[in-house]
Design a binder for this molecule. Sequence first.
Ligand SMILES: [Zn+2]
Length: 301
Amino acid sequence: MAKPPANTGVALTFMSTGTVQIRQLMKNQPMTNRNVTMRRLRAMTDPHWSSDLPIGVFLITHPNGPILFDTGESPCCNDPGFHPFYSPIKLFSRTRVAKEDGIVSQLRAQGVEPKDLQAIVLSHLHGDHAGGLEDLAKAAPEVPVYVSAAHWKVFGNSPVSATIAGCNPQRWPPDFAPRLLGNADGAVGPWEKSTKLTADGRVLVVDTPGHVPGHVSLIVRGDNEDGTQTTYFLPGDATYGLDLLDLEEPDGINDDPVTALKSLLLIKEFARQGDVVVLPSHDADTPRLLRDRVVYKPKDP
Ligand SMILES: [Zn+2]
């Protein structure tokens, strides 16, 4: 994998902590499938599986220190007893993670010591996004971890329901107490509020709920070698692919497809307002979209 540029500007690197297959109807379903229980049943029983998808993590180089967006899956995720017996995770996903795929190994391969991170931001706490926290907390206990206040309210205080919803709080760091994103900064694009992660406003967090309550995405203003800038939108799991964004079909496993669709429409609106490279966490095309800085041109469904 290419090394990130020298630590002088803002740049993005994509890493994948192993691969995952998910059931096809978990990836997307039309809004005409209105009943949430039926959507989820279809998502958990579809005999058709996706191809191998990345379990994406973004490393953002920044003059004040690197930032991590999500932490990927744990290399121990297939060990017996890793997930509680009542976790539904194996019903809809098949994950492959080698030991060297873990986020701490991958950061060091990029020349980044975990303790030098200025922040870790999680799109949400599902196992394939928060699975690296355990190792990161051991390697770099001082680095602040951010989640949205809305997400923590739902997932932070109820380990059983968080597990049933696809998290693995048993493997979060001891006494895990993330910092909560305040959403106290101004409007950006079609979003009325945002959180500036860096004082220069080059890395911003915006709300994209629906996949789970309080899911967030990142806007990064990156520097190019020729002195120009590129705007990146990192939607996490708000969509699994640009084709699904065009189709305006949210995932099949969430419990609020109407809210998930609103988030998709905001992302498309943002992309209509100006050039933006949209990089979903689980899109096999994301490495190419990032390398070639392919601007997303929204299409109507
Ligand atoms: Zn995910």
